[in-house]
Design a protein around this ligand. Structure first.
Ligand SMILES: C[S@@+](CC[C@H](N)C(=O)[O-])C[C@H]1O[C@@H](n2cnc3c(N)ncnc32)[C@H](O)[C@@H]1O
Length: 413
């Protein structure tokens, strides 16, 4: 039986991964229908104009998911004969022709139980025979990491370093619900490149910078297309704008601090040079985000993606009262900036805004209440087709920091 399902290994903050996948697919004219989600594994089918498709467009844009694969066969889980595995192996759509010195690997995900080691060993033997039968003399098996009892996988970094998706393949086995699914990995996030960008850019300021993969996901969630204008009015050292450039967007940055403006300019020039981007159009300026009207024409940007304040980590858990008072100090800046940002974005535009939240000693999250500011600015939360998301989406930085991020996704009401 040909299953034609798509598999996604989602990030720990699974809502963000799923929303990002849906958003990127929608931007490419593809609708997704979720079949099942267990822990960090999601299965879905993809449609274009009502017809099921098996190859997904735009995967290279994604930031927050880890892997996406295409499942070509599934058998009921439980006891299996070797013939079941042989049939499943035959149905895997191996790359054609197989590279002469194929590198390959196997990942087994069994999100609700421990991985059955026999699944792994049987598949390894069968795939090795398949390669031999197809005349591939030299092969290299890329080792699998035992990530947890439920995950035995070739890491994304290893997939990228070994060039598995171009000069080889990774077999996927997903043991989920009452089925064992087989397929191949289509895409893995390039953690190597994301990390290199973060660590090698000329100007760095870790404590206040957003992780580039999160920046990428936030931009994607606004549904922007190549050539669109993206504004970060609190641009800091320019991480969000760097990702925007790489996605073919026109970045505009504003920061109140001239050192940040010059750092962003240097970082953007560097990213353009290293990525070979020749398009002009980026613009970074000193200014106050609570007075954007004097800097940027009304209704001129397609999306705003920004993090106005990243509170420093707290060494001890504050009381709920203290947490509220810390957040209160940031409130006026948010309210004033939200008003201004709403004027700057086009009627069809979107906003992705990060606000901080604190987990105090009683464990109950304390957040900034921005609902009124959104209403007053004529903004409303936007929905992701078919998926009930709790909004805002929380992205935990590190529990021991006690300060994390809430992501708000907004459009004109
Ligand atoms: C959390 S940082 C942004 C980090 C940025 N996303 C990055 O990854 O580099 C917030 C930035 O907002 C700037 N800022 C603070 N108040 C501002 C205001 N009223 N207008 C514009 N920028 C402001 C600060 O100088 C700081 O660089």
């Amino acid at each position: 039986m040909v299953a034609q399902h798509i598999f996604v290994l989602i990030g720990v903050d699974n809502q963000l991964s799923i929303a990002e996948v849906i958003s990127v697919m929608q931007s490419n004219g593809v609708e997704v229908e979720f079949i099942e989600r267990v822990g960090r594994i999601a299965l879905f089918t993809a449609f274009r104009a009502g017809t099921r498709i098996s190859i997904l467009p735009g995967l290279e844009r994604l930031g927050w998911s880890f892997k996406i694969g295409r499942l070509s066969d599934s058998i009921p889980s439980g006891e299996h004969s070797i013939e079941d595995y042989q049939d499943a192996t035959k149905n895997i759509e191996f790359p054609e022709p197989l590279a002469e010195k194929s590198r390959w690997g196997i990942s087994v995900f069994s999100p609700s139980k421990s991985v059955d080691p026999s699944i792994f060993s049987r598949m390894k033997g069968l795939v090795a025979s398949h390669l031999k039968e197809n005349g591939v003399k030299k092969t290299k098996f890329v080792p699998t990491d035992v990530v947890s009892e439920s995950f035995r996988e070739v890491s994304c970094a290893s997939i990228i370093r070994n060039n598995l998706l171009r000069r080889g393949f990774e077999v996927l086995i997903i043991d989920i619900g009452d089925k064992l699914h087989f397929g191949l990995t289509e895409w893995a996030v390039d953690t190597v490149a994301f990390k290199a960008r973060d660590l090698s850019r000329p100007r760095q300021r870790f404590e206040y910078s957003i992780p580039p993969r999160l920046a990428r996901a936030m931009i994607n969630l606004t549904g922007v297309k190549k050539g669109d204008v993206v504004l970060d009015p609190f641009c800091g050292f320019g991480t969000i704008l760097q990702e925007a450039l790489l996605l073919g967007l026109k970045p505009i940055g504003v920061d109140i601090d001239d050192k940040c403006v010059s750092a962003t300019q240097k970082n953007l020039s560097w990213i353009k040079k290293t990525a070979g981007i020749t398009l002009p159009g980026e613009h970074v300026m000193i200014g106050d985000a609570t007075h954007l009207g004097s800097l940027i024409p009304k209704q001129s940007v397609d999306a705003i993606v920004t993090e106005p304040i990243l509170l420093p980590r707290l060494l001890r858990s504050p009381s709920a009262k203290k947490a509220r008072s810390i957040l209160k100090k940031t409130e006026n800046l948010y309210i004033a900036a939200i008003q201004e940002m709403a004027k700057t974005v086009k009627v069809t535009g979107k906003m992705a805004l990060i606000a901080p939240f604190i987990v105090p000693s009683d464990g109950n999250r304390v957040s900034l209440d921005l609902e009124r500011a959104f209403n007053d600015a004529g903004l409303r939360k936007f929905k992701f087709q078919g998926i009930p998301l709790t909004s805002p989406i929380a992205v935990i930085t590190k529990r021991e920091f006690r300060v994390s991020r809430e992501l708000h996704f907004l459009e004109k009401a």
